[in-house]
Design a protein around this ligand. Structure first.
Ligand code: 26V
Length: 801
């Protein structure tokens, strides 16, 4: 181990022979008949074969050295495509391209043929994917546990500018990266009742399903280590009702199967508003119970004393979604291993860590005790016991604090109490978790809440998606920055060289030309690569304030029209993102952006100066096209609302300065890059709180801003919806009277900051310095740094490399 396994052992001829072998024997295709899909499969299998070797070696080594393992439990893993990522990490991208060219195949087309694995909504799921890659890179022995959703996040289309959702079907074609493990199968129970056996209370579930494992190897940089992403699929315990079938009742015969499979059928697409849906609770328990049974089986294969579990096992709960892990681990220790509650609870707590990803009250999980007790009767008992135990140990605990309150089980409190460490995801967010979310529990357990600022993997988000810039970096500072991203600071002295800046400029320009072609193909719009590419891509949510962006876009258009001969900096405003299907206001914002785009893009007077682009179905792969070509990163959430953001880090790495508020990790980006390389505007988190105390805040802000009044007037008059002039009356009314996210209060500051952006961009040299400084100072935001910190502060594990 430790050596680069593949550079040495694979030759182009060998890889070529392997691709051909898979095409012939795995796919049963002859070269003249092979489709793009066949070639993709053949190459994927050939590449997968190269991962298996380090994968086995890593597993063997973990067993041999009896290493502590990390278990990352997450309802979401937003992985994206795997082929190119595997090629890059194995150092085989160039070779694969060459070999496929010899077959007359275009490597890029093969890469783009792979569907995204979209098993997540947004930031939380993508973070889990970046963490998996970093754990593999760092040689941290780890398993990711998730659900193998048949349908990932819905596909988005626009009809008349409105979002329409269609089901996603990533498993329609063969998924070449996974290994099914029918032998790794666990029974998961639901409902039923408690009974007494041999004087002990036992749970007799009323329903059972099977969880079967599907393993995807996750290989780290240079193939030195590989971990497993284990996704559970649901199967029925009784396959088929033969009696019913023989009676001719075919549909009813297949009922148990259909029922079980609903558990892993579809990802919940609403990450903004919590709804106490029974199926969601069942999915959460399904994942968690399967994972814990698997963890205990693996532990017992090498150890006998379950009291030693915390020395060997670290379990991380990605938000509260797997927070049932506390009670479930206690249950398994008590009911299956005879450990008394008083011992089981501290053992479980020693193993568990909890990461909080949101402060939004409407997204916090709480289950009606009725639902919870019905689906998980044994766990309801244990939760009450945990609550009483915690109260006993902390008799100063205020009466209004607890897990079960007002006939609800609060998953945040449960996760907090059952974890030895609780973390937020940026410095600001972690402080707010202490101050606003868990002030009393923080007082009872000082030091339990810590910060772990998020990061992103520089392999995917720089090396892979931005080849021009990656090459320039390597030519300038040498190789090795990919897994030691702080080395990017070595670029800094070069930024004062004119020659380097010209090369940086031309790398960005190459990406912008490529994106212009992509925009032509996907949206039918012609944009100039000389324009400023201004990008806001993320889920559509009021707190993220895409509305602020589009209102300011209208103001800008209005300004240009007032002085069309002015010295304007041409801009392309790029939006991307999906709304939760039932989130009415977010859908209205999408509609407005598309309506504005239609009107503005058709204006001959401004066409060369302003274009609004909103390609449908933003996902990981689209991000890989957009981010490297961005000039400006929009991170404009209401301060105090965005827990961290990770897109902000990707843009920074790729040399796009931020226009943003003091929110989430923006604060730390600003700190790294310096105020002169960041367009800061807007109220601070504290000012936001104070501002809201004035019930007239939005009216006052609008009345003080002529540009904002004009914009709202235009929308209200139907300038962007001539077919239905009153379409946005509700929206405009909300800005005037119910502007919770302070769009109006921050409008003028944002508008002014955008003017500063124009001034900076017009000064080519100044802009290039800013852009390059952003890349040079982005080392802190590698998820390797984040994972090292989790390993030390939460998991107490060391690298096996
Ligand atoms: C909540 C729910 C409610 C139940 C239905 C499904 C579901 C799915 C997700 C969520 C919570 C989403 C929280 C989230 O994605 N937070 C984001 O986490 C990122 C990684 O830490 C962070 O960068 C973003 O700022 C934060 O919004």
């Amino acid at each position: 181990m430790g050596k680069v396994l593949n550079d040495l052992s694979v030759t182009p001829n060998l890889l070529k022979a392997e691709v051909l072998r898979h095409l012939t024997f795995t796919l049963g295709k002859d070269t003249p008949n092979a489709s793009l899909y066949d070639w993709r499969m053949a190459l994927s299998f050939a590449i997968r074969d190269r991962i298996v070797e380090p994968w086995f070696a890593s597993t063997r080594r973990t067993w041999a050295e009896d290493r502590k393992r990390v278990y990352y439990l997450s309802m979401e893993f937003l992985i994206g495509r795997l082929l190119e990522d595997a090629c890059v990490n194995l150092g085989l991208r160039e070779m694969a391209e060459e070999v496929m060219a010899e077959f007359g195949q275009d490597f890029r087309a093969i890469i783009e043929d792979e569907p995204d694995a979209a098993l997540g909504n947004g930031g939380l799921g993508r973070l889990a994917a970046c963490f998996m890659e970093s754990m593999a890179t760092l040689g941290c022995p780890a398993y990711g546990y998730g659900i193998r959703y048949e349908h990932g996040l819905f596909r988005q289309r626009f009809e008349g500018g409105q979002q329409v959702e269609t089901p996603e079907d990533w498993l329609l074609m063969r998924h070449p990266w996974e290994f099914e493990r029918p032998e790794s199968q666990y029974t998961i129970g639901f409902k039923g009742e408690m009974a007494t056996r041999d004087g002990r209370e036992v749970w007799v579930p009323g329903e059972t399903v099977l969880a079967t494992a599907h393993d995807t190897p996750v290989v780290g940089w240079q193939g030195k280590w590989a971990n497993t992403l284990r996704l559970w699929g649901a199967k029925p315990t009784t396959l088929f009702d033969l009696e019913r079938f023989n009676r001719g009742d075919f549909a009813a015969a297949a009922e148990p199967e259909a029922l079980a499979r609903t558990l892993s059928r579809v990802l919940y697409p609403d990450d903004t508003t919590y709804q106490g849906k029974e199926l969601r609770l069942k999915q959460e328990f399904f994942l968690t119970s399967a994972a814990l049974q698997d963890i205990l089986r693996r532990f017992k294969a090498a150890h006998s004393d379950v009291r030693k579990l915390p020395n060997h096992v670290a379990i991380q709960m990605n938000d509260t979604h797997p927070a049932i892990a506390g009670p479930e681990l206690i249950r398994l220790l008590m009911d299956d291993h005879g450990v008394p509650f008083e011992e089981a609870a501290p053992i479980a707590r020693e193993c568990l860590g909890y990461t909080n990803h949101t402060l939004l009250p409407e997204a916090l999980e709480r289950w009606a005790t009725f639902t919870f007790g019905n689906v998980l009767p044994r766990h309801m008992q244990i939760v009450e016991r945990i609550d009483a135990w915690h109260k006993d140990e902390n008799y100063h605990r205020p009466h209004y604090i607890g897990i079960v309150k007002h006939h609800e089980v609060r998953m945040g409190e449960l996760a907090f109490i059952m974890a030895h460490k609780v973390n937020g995801v940026s410095a600001l967010h972690s402080e707010l978790v202490k101050k606003n979310l868990f002030p009393e529990l923080n007082k009872l357990h000082p030091g339990r809440i810590i910060n772990q600022t998020n990061g992103v993997t520089p392999r995917r988000w720089l090396k892979m998606c931005n080849r021009p810039l990656s090459s320039l970096i390597t030519e300038t500072i040498g190789p090795g920055w990919e897994d030691d991203l702080d080395r990017l600071t070595a670029l800094e002295p070069h930024i004062s060289e004119k020659g380097f800046r010209a090369l940086f400029d031309s790398a960005k320009r190459t990406n912008k030309i490529a994106l212009s072609h992509w925009i032509k193909d996907h949206c039918g719009l012609t944009v100039s690569p000389d324009a400023l590419f201004d990008v806001q891509v993320k889920r559509i949510h009021e707190y993220k304030r895409q509305l602020l962006n589009i209102l300011e876009t209208i103001a800008h258009w209005h300004q240009i029209k007032a002085a069309p001969k002015g010295n304007w900096v041409p801009r392309v405003k790029i939006f991307g993102g999906k709304s939760a299907p039932g989130y009415f206001v977010a859908k209205e914002i999408i509609h407005l952006i598309n309506d504005v785009a239609r009107v503005v893009n058709a204006d001959p007077e401004t066409r060369h100066l302003l274009t609004v682009v909103y390609p449908a179905n933003y996902n990981v792969s689209m991000a890989e096209h957009l981010i490297p070509a961005a000039d400006l990163s929009e991170q404009i959430s209401t301060a105090g609302k965005e827990a961290s953001g990770t897109g902000n880090m990707k843009f920074m790495m790729n040399g796009a300065p931020t226009i943003g508020t003091l929110d989430g990790a923006n604060v730390e980006i600003l700190e790294q890059v310096g105020a002169e390389n960041f367009f800061l505007f807007g109220l601070t988190a504290e000012e936001v709180m104070r501002r809201r105390e004035d019930p007239e805040h939005s009216r006052k802000a609008i009345e003080a801003s002529q540009p904002l009044q004009d914009v709202l007037q235009m929308i209200a008059e139907g300038r962007f919806s001539p077919d239905q002039p009153d379409r946005y009356h509700g929206l405009v009314h909300r800005v005037w009277h119910h502007d919770y996210f302070l769009v109006a209060s921050d409008f003028d500051a944002y508008h002014a900051a955008q003017a500063q952006v124009d001034i900076a961009f017009a000064d080519r040299d100044r802009w290039l310095r800013m852009a390059a400084m952003n890349t040079a100072r982005s080392g802190f935001f590698s998820s390797d740094r984040t994972i090292r910190s989790y390993m030390k502060d939460i998991w107490s594990v060391t690298s096996a490399l």
